[in-house]
Ligand binder design. Sequence first.
Ligand code: 7RM
Length: 632
Amino acid sequence: MSDRIHSLSGYMYEYQKSVQDPESFWSRIADSFHWRKKWDKVVDWNFETPDVKWFVNGKLNITENILDRHLYTRGDQAAIIWEPNDPEEEHITLTYKELHAKVCQFANAIKAKGVGKGDRVIIYMPMVPEAAIAMLACARIGAIHSIVFAGFSANALSDRINDCKAKMVITADGNFRGNKQIPVKEVVDEALKNCDSVESTIVLKRTGQDIQMTSGLDIWWHDAIEGVSTENKAEEMDSEDMLFILYTSGSTGQPKGVVHTCGGYMIYTAYSFQNVFQYNQGDVYWCTADVGWITGHSYIVYGPLLAGATSIMFEGVPTFPDAGRFWAICDKHQVNQFYTAPTAIRALQAYGTEPIEPYKLDSLKVLGSVGEPINEEAWHWYHDHVGKGKCPIVDTWWQTETGGIMVSPLAGITPTKPAYATLPLPGIQLVILDNEGNELKGNSVEGNLCIKFPWPSMLRTTYGDHDRCKQTYFSTFPNHYFTGDGVKRDEDGYYRILGRVDDVINVSGHRMGTAEVENAINEHPKVIESAVVGYPHDIKGQGIYAFVICDMDGRTEEGLTKEIKETVNKIIGPIARPDKIQIVPGLPKTRSGKIMRRILRKIASGDGDNLGDISTLFNPEVVEAIKEGASH
Ligand code: 7RM
């Protein structure tokens, strides 16, 4: 594709054009894709309702742009290289031709099971190529996929299935993770006890572990595709038809289904992928995310494959069989662009440089970071030891809701600065607002990060509840999309993301609503009330600290905290399990009964001697007791 920026002046020029005339800018970029019918209007928008449409009345199928378009130009090139958990197991390469055939075949198979355009399909799978095949097969027939990260509990899974009334679940028997074998189908069975909408389940055989297959409901993947044609004519989709739903946490207890649509998401993920990573034909690109998160959607599957790239998919974990696994894979497949999360970098940093030493890492050209602010120490370690001082780091800021990378250096083009996401991509109009909604202009300012003009891959709604979308993102600051993040624009005009300003915490790059964790804790019968806050954690970025009022009822503290952790495991999954639970006699509250999280945050981060004036609290005496019992 021709829309590649090659220089800093080129970036400045494109950025100016994208702001002065967004319609010509985006229509030029969209022109290089395959449309069954071109759009009538580039963008129609209103941030009040909100109502945003891109490439209005355009007709397309995203998989034609991923598969059919590349068939003759790069049919024999690797589209996906899959690296298994166990290094002894063979890796798998799927060329564009093979991926095309597999997607078409599976598309036919799910269609035969009664799934059609507009139906919702839940994908609950390990990191195997079939997860990407399932996504693309849904997109092929116009079904809306919603991937649920395979680490979520049965309860969290059934909530999501019921919210979108999914007709089908695509899953696997089990999941290999390091030296563990995790049940997957068993979790689905448990979840489906509470789901009426699901008519069938397709089960991939991965681990071969014993599972229950229910006749009339469950069918093996290999049986479903047996004898099925590998040709399929893609469904014609409107630009604004839903492509997928992805559930994400916010400041309320219930996760919301972020909705992305076909046309704009396609254009923006491909454009941002090529420009941020400066991908060149023939390069091997690897993003270590899980497809259960937005990063896996946009930058393992859609963006790279739209660009005709070779994308690595890794089943395992960074520390199995040892802490050199990432680097072994980089050397083995001669990875050129490597994209991971600060939490992974910090976890590996803790092992020192010894696990890196056996590897050359000389194929690497670009390093990426995503998911949370990267601290300077981790940035330098990544730069010096992984990149050997010669690879630019792209610190990419974006969200599930933004669909694609919003603020980031363009690799090798934008001068970087540790811990800075640097500058917005073309088309992204950032503003910084103070708490009253006044725009803070000029440099050296700090405030709430907002966006004042639509971009093609932005969320369109929250599934089944448009008002929630409006309240969450478009009401805090009228006529602006509010990101929930604080930001600083420094003296050079560079952006540094400061973290969430709402009740959302970021644990190992996973977003978690404090209310969501509190709700799970409160499910324990002996819990009376709880308050959850984040605290600085060396590896995870933020850890989860829960202050809990309990009816001890003869239990020991140790026994009870263990039970509470187990409860959270069951309600949400291991990623939400509190790192610390402190049983407290009360929670600091205002006279109107609001929990003063600011105080709890300070105590949790070891700054309890610096609480300021607490005399206006309804119960100031409780603070001393909490401080005494705090653990650091
Ligand atoms: C892609 C993703 C979104 C939240 C976001 C931020 C934080 C993500 C960075 C970052 C600082 C970064 N989607 N965040 N990237 N903070 N620098 N480069 O992570 O929906 O799961 O999370 O993550 O707070 O609002 S997400």
